[in-house]
Design a protein around this ligand. Sequence first.
Ligand SMILES: Cc1ncc(COP(=O)(O)O)c(C=O)c1O
Length: 282
Amino acid sequence: MDLSARTGVKIMEDYSHSHASTWKGKKVGSISHVGAASIMSEKPMATGEGGMMNTDDQDIYERAVMFGHGDHQQFVQNADYKRFAPLPWGGYKYRMHQMTSAMARVQLRHFDENRAPGVKAMERFFSQVCAVPGVDCDYPLHDPDVTVGASYWQMIILSEEIAARVPVAVIAEAINAEGAPAGPGGYYCHHLHPFWNECDVYGDGKPTRIAFSRDVRQGPGDCPVAEKIVTRLIHIPRMIKYDEEYIDQIAAAYIKVLTNLDQLEGLTSDRQLERSRTLSRG
Ligand SMILES: Cc1ncc(COP(=O)(O)O)c(C=O)c1O
């Protein structure tokens, strides 16, 4: 927010993985100018398809309404905006289904109690697995500034040294062989994905990314941190219930593999690191 005050650039928080979490006593999504969260079926707050935004900035609220909510445009006070009603500014009707928003409103009332077992499960799992040297996680263990409201797609983060010794795909396969779910990598790197660089969506005879602008495509090496981190991640199973026996069994499988890496050295995996695939130029 200091950076925003200095530059005038507004900040938006995407808290789609962390609904109801707090940082320094403030709910995520309320720290910056506008918060937004996906509430589609996989997310901690799952309503089918949908999203929500929150802001205490009247202008941001009114602009958002102009983009989508036909009926809500009656609440817009800015006359300059209102004269363009009732058409949605974005050209699409970004209105969420009423049933979805009704489900979301009910879930909001029970969110903390529904999500607490999953949060406790993550704490139990990571407390054990992250005690292995060189193993960290994307979860704020023992951080006094953070309370976790929901766990989502959690990962362990291996040290560069471990990832250089044994590829994450090999480690994940070894964990699978122990009977525990594990997958290599995190999200794919968008800047390298063929869709952003090659797909001709509207039939312009060239990739849509450059059909209406200068060439803004990026290639391997342009985002080195993002490209590297996927080689150090292993995603763990979601544990939304607090079942101590199950959690400890899964943790034991991870620890067994991570403390016996010497037995995996030199092995390779033909399991594609699909999520870190690179741009196919050629
Ligand atoms: C952090 C984050 N933001 C936004 C989205 C987009 O959500 P939706 O599919 O509801 O548009 C996702 C989806 O996975 C996400 O993980």
